[in-house]
Design a protein around this ligand. Structure first.
Ligand SMILES: *Cc1c(COP(=O)(O)O)cnc(C)c1O
Length: 320
């Protein structure tokens, strides 16, 4: 745990590329969160050694792995698409990547706390994620990195900070990585954020994620059915089948930004992702059928009264 997701991803990417020195391609998809793509592009520039970031459509990843398997060093994907909620098949893609000899990094930003994850079963080398989405750690809460246990003593830590040293308090002049996942620690942990996260995680004590998933699917299905029935002009932008979706639901609407501002003003808090998506997080730990139906009611009211057209909802804020 520690740092931010962008930094943990950088560490995983560096380590992954080092594991396949003869290959030069990082494969990702266009639905990935921009920061992940920016970090990969930055690393490609920094290495200045012929690396390329190849970005394909999410549906083309599997085919690409079958066709170009000997060029790809690292497959870097986010399991749940931040805009649409579309879910990748981690098992299938990791197996394809491994069949072609590539290292796999999964970003679980929109998965952790949203659905059960069988990371170890996939055999993926790396995973990263943050704790301020479904895990409620609050902005600035620490990120996490997973390294497959058999690799923790050999992966190369690119950010060789003192707390990843085998003996940080020996204060040696030369870096020697810890012989464990500890080598992925960089510097002093953010103790205040860790403490906030520790408290946030207590609501998960004794919670079965399979049950959360069942409830999430039931609530999302209800939400989609009711919004679609009452406001048919809002277009579902998430996969209709729950097996292909994480725990968020998005609707496309041209005036989506203003519509979401009106919704927030009326107590239903979602967010907006450019160019036209209204995104709703379905969190069964503290939302039930009543909340969902009340949210739909509010959406319908705003729709029927054209409340989003009011002037005060038109000005875009920096954070959407
Ligand atoms: C939220 C999110 C991030 C944000 O990274 P930070 O460094 O924690 O700001 C990165 N990648 C994905 C896929 C995300 O969903």
């Amino acid at each position: 745990m520690g740092d931010t997701l962008s930094i943990k991803l950088f560490q995983a990417l560096c380590a992954g590329l080092t594991m396949r020195p003869e290959r030069k391609v990082i494969l990702s998809d266009s639905g990935n969160f921009p920061s992940d793509l920016y970090i990969a592009q930055g690393l490609v520039n920094l290495k200045n050694a012929g690396y390329v970031l190849r970005i394909v459509a999410a549906e083309e990843v599997a085919d690409c792995l079958r066709r170009q398997s000997d060029e790809i060093a690292v497959v870097m994907l986010t399991e749940v698409d931040y805009r649409s909620g579309r879910l990748h098949d981690m098992q299938e893609i990791t197996a394809l990547a491994h069949a072609g000899g590539a290292v796999t990094i999964w970003d679980l930003a929109h998965s952790a706390g949203a659905l059960p994850i069988s990371l170890a079963a996939t055999g993926a080398e790396f995973a990263v994620g943050c704790t301020y989405k479904y895990l409620n750690g609050g902005p600035g809460a620490p990120a996490f990195i997973y390294v497959r246990p058999d690799l923790t003593e050999t992966v190369e830590p690119a950010l060789s900070g003192w707390l990843g040293h085998a003996e940080p308090f020996a204060f040696e002049t030369t870096y020697r990585p810890a012989r464990s996942i500890e080598r992925m620690r960089v510097g002093t942990p953010a103790v205040i954020q860790m403490t906030a996260l520790e408290e946030a995680l207590k609501v998960w004590d004794g919670v079965d994620l399979a049950e959360i998933r069942r409830a999430s699917i039931a609530l999302s299905t209800l939400f989609i059915a009711e919004v679609t029935r009452r406001c048919p002009q809002l277009v579902l932008a998430s996969p209709a089948g729950p097996a292909h979706r994480g725990s968020q639901v998005s609707f496309a609407f041209e005036q989506g930004y203003a519509f979401m501002q009106a919704l927030i003003d009326h107590g239903v808090i979602g967010d907006f992702r450019a160019p036209n998506l209204m995104r709703f997080g379905i969190t069964p730990l503290y939302l039930d059928r009543h909340d969902i139906l009340q949210a739909v009611e509010t959406i319908e009211t705003i729709w029927a009264n054209k409340l989003w057209q009011q002037q005060r909802y038109q000005t875009a804020q920096k954070v959407t």
